[in-house]
Design a protein around this ligand. Sequence first.
Ligand code: NAP
Length: 281
Amino acid sequence: MNVHLISGFIPASDQYKRQTMVQIGVIGTGSMGGMLVRTFIESRAAAPEEIIAYNRTTSRATALSRETGIRIGRDCQDVAREAGVVFLCVRPCEVKDVLRELGDALSSQILLISIAAEVPLADLHAWTDARVVRVIPTLTSEVLKGASLVAFGERATAADRDLVRTLLKAIGRAVEVEEEAFELLTLLTSCGPAFIAAMMKEFAAAAVRRGAVSPALADLLVTETLAGTAGLLEKEESSFDEVISRVATEGGITAKGVAVISEEGPRVFDAMIAAALGEEE
Ligand SMILES: NC(=O)c1ccc[n+]([C@@H]2O[C@H](COP(=O)([O-])OP(=O)(O)OC[C@H]3O[C@@H](n4cnc5c(N)ncnc54)[C@H](OP(=O)(O)O)[C@@H]3O)[C@@H](O)[C@H]2O)c1
């Protein structure tokens, strides 16, 4: 697959505040919708009074409103009527029905940001008159880290692009890619936290199997090492190889362990990616 970066990384900025006061709508305040609301507010990309949300189960939206101070719409249309930009945060199988429910309320005056995996821009364009962007966020934005993938639809304007970049860079990094690359790259970003946690779980479990460390202590030590390694990698954009070479002296114990990962890793990770892409079904 040819992966093409339309533009490189947009660095995260702390305490960013939007210059323009566009009302932000959020439809679906589940795991990801709730996370976006919280992090837009925490990062000061938006003030609570600039966000209006609606969720099918109203108690969920009400709880988020109590927690964050955002406004709650009476229904989906209410959100679309009040907002200039609407984040659609429902499950992929629910997208078409919600867009049908929104009907004329979602006009070409509105920028629709769909975060649904597996619903292509072509379908979104067919189901709505709104200007459309696809974003694949990551749960790690909860701690204002991680990369959101972005693909702009053909109706998106230059101002839309600026707005989306501004909002997303407040909660991590925004990386613009061709939509065709989403399926593979989502494994590295949005699925990534689960893959990395699963790897770290096995790392800790291997130490526990040796019998001299409790699961709690092994988990703590691996978590601290993971956070510290991420810090080293981020510092001056260090590479994986640089970190390896700083720890693994030739012929030493770390080098022996790294050699095992280099030997076994390709088989494990090729299989993991193939399984996640559904190639083994
Ligand atoms: N989870 C991730 O890490 C991740 C990463 C990237 C992208 N995504 C995408 O994000 C989207 C949401 O995922 P999620 O994990 O946040 O799912 P989720 O927790 O199930 O949230 C979906 C929310 O949408 C609400 N909803 C459904 N139909 C609705 C309607 N007609 N009107 C208003 N609200 C409605 C649901 O309400 P109820 O409370 O009534 O169920 C629920 O709160 C998915 O499309 C997924 O592909 C997820």
